[in-house]
Design a protein around this ligand. Structure first.
Ligand code: NDP
Length: 484
């Protein structure tokens, strides 16, 4: 097994195995090959992870922020030095092309560690003068945080949750998706090699039940989930029983609105990036592409040509632009949505079927036009390389239809009129918006959803709110004024 880790879990600064836990097979989705086998965390493993995190966090909270940052920055450097091998592992774990993983995964994780390393020492309290007396505030860590990841960006999610948690004095217990358990172990290993004290970043493997055991433990102060809306509902409810802090990064069905006056090649490029990066398995994807009637046919013609030129193939080949989807179950799910699209009367422009002849989970990048708002493929998150193009005539109509969804993760606008661009995004119900771009998520930017797409924000200074709590201290400089 070419990607077998030293052991299934990383706890208290070391790899730990307990083979009595149920086996989880890790499959390379381009070939169907078994690349690793890990074991689900048993109650004993979960207890070790919680106990070591609770112990280590108390010490860590007392470390000066600049020293905490120094360790995280060292880890960021090490991640960049090892980018090639980390990217190869991410490619095996997820099936995403090496062309993508070398620029979007470990590097994005390193950015998060570097950013929060620098931000840590800048986090300070305030003083409120009250005449004779005054109040000061302290930003304190929350304690032990649990991170639960989706399978599309395993390295990035492990870092986006771990970096702010650690920078501000918390401990992190991370449970990767059972589908992609490998990369988070490497992040844990690097963090500890960089000098992170044992117990502060633990990785435990398992399915939803392991996540649930972590989320409901009384030692846990915060839960950050990246996953689907149905899972979000369950985890949010479980976290609520202990009044825990939450960050919920959930799914979407985001709109991308393209006006007649848009630069056509840029708009087509934006729509491709919004639908086919990572074989369409990106939460913020702009999967409802609203195209104004005047440029519709020209847009579709260029879209079809550029989609058909996408190089699908072995994700380990640096020339490959699109790999398989993550596993056979996901492939079946996406293919069933394609069939529903055909049945409900959408016009298939290109793709529409499985691709390749081997055991790989490849799907041809697919574009449907003449999609209407009521069609299933315009309403439900597909999480695969399937783009739905819808027509519109006026700005008001586009905005109203874009907002007519329970989701609110992201939205994009392409227009040559910047005033319109700003006006439109001001009216869109979404956490992350782009004007004449799509899916760019630098660490400096808050990222997260509104409506059913989530609660809280990752990255940027906004993360301070989600990984710290405020203590206020009233200081009385006089006598106590008691009426008794
Ligand atoms: P899931 O919701 O199926 O799973 C997410 C994580 O939650 C997994 O680690 C899963 O474990 C775990 N989990 C499942 N059930 C429970 C439970 N009852 N208690 C605790 N943990 C549980 O999502 P996917 O992994 O299928 O990822 C795809 C989804 O993630 C899409 O909807 C996508 O939009 C969303 N996503 C959102 C992002 C954002 O930032 N907004 C970014 C990336 C993806 P296991 O896998 O082992 O079942």
């Amino acid at each position: 097994m070419i990607a077998q880790p030293k052991a299934s879990h990383f706890i208290d600064g070391q790899y730990v195995e307990d083979s009595s836990g149920a086996a989880i097979d890790v499959i390379f989705p381009a070939t169907g090959e078994l690349i690793a086998r890990v074991h689900e965390a048993t109650p004993a493993i979960i207890e070790r992870a919680l106990a070591s995190a609770a112990r280590a966090q108390k010490e860590w909270a007392r470390v000066k922020p600049v020293e905490r940052g120094r360790i995280l920055r060292r880890a960021a450097d090490m991640i960049r030095e090892r980018n090639q091998s980390l990217s190869e592992l991410e490619t095996l774990d997820t099936g995403k092309p090496i062309q993508e993983t070398t620029v979007a995964d470990a590097t994005s994780g390193a950015d998060a560690l570097e950013y929060f390393a620098g931000l840590a020492p800048t986090v300070t309290g305030e003083t409120m003068p009250l005449g004779r007396d005054f109040v000061y505030t302290i930003r304190e860590p929350l304690g032990v945080c649990v991170g639960i990841g989706a399978w599309n960006y395993p390295t990035q999610i492990a870092c986006w949750k771990g970096a702010p948690a650690l920078a501000f004095g918390n401990a992190m217990i991370f449970k990767p998706s059972e589908t992609t358990p490998l990369c988070a172990l490497k992040i844990a290993e690097i963090l500890h090699e960089a000098g992170l004290p044992a117990g502060l970043y633990n990785v435990v493997q398992g399915r939803g039940t392991v996540g649930a055991a972590l989320v409901t433990d009384p030692r846990v102060a915060k839960v950050s989930l990246t996953g689907s809306v149905p899972t979000g509902r369950k985890v949010y409810a479980m976290a609520a029983t202990g009044i825990r802090n939450v960050t919920m990064e959930l799914g979407g069905k985001s709109p991308l609105i393209i006006f007649d006056d848009a630069h056509i090649e840029n708009a087509v490029g934006g729509a491709l990036m919004a639908n086919f990066y990572s074989a369409g398995q990106v939460c913020s994807n702009g999967t409802r592409v609203f195209v104004q009637k005047g440029i519709k046919e020209k847009f579709l013609q260029r879209l079809k040509a550029r989609t058909e030129a996408i190089r699908l193939g072995d994700p380990r080949d640096p020339d490959t632009q699109m790999g398989p989807v993550v596993n056979a179950a996901q492939m079946e799910k996406v293919l069933s949505y394609i069939e529903i699209g055909k049945k409900e009367g959408a016009r298939l422009i290109t793709g529409g079927q499985r691709a390749g002849t081997n055991a790989g989970c490849f799907i041809a990048p697919t574009v449907f036009a003449d999609v209407t708002d009521d069609m299933t493929i315009a309403r439900e998150e597909i999480f695969g390389p399937v783009m739905a193009v819808l027509d519109f005539e006026t700005e008001e109509e586009a905005v109203a239809r874009a907002n007519a969804t329970e989701f609110g993760l992201s939205a994009g606008v392409f227009t040559g009129d910047l005033a319109r661009g700003h006006r439109v995004v001001a009216n869109l119900e979404a956490g992350s918006c782009w004007i004449n771009a799509y899916n760019l998520t630098p660490v400096e930017t808050p990222f997260g959803g509104s409506k059913q797409s989530g609660v809280g924000r990752e990255n940027s200074k906004a993360a301070i709110e989600h990984y710290t709590q405020i203590k206020s201290v009233y200081v009385n400089l006089g006598d106590v004024d008691a009426p008794y």
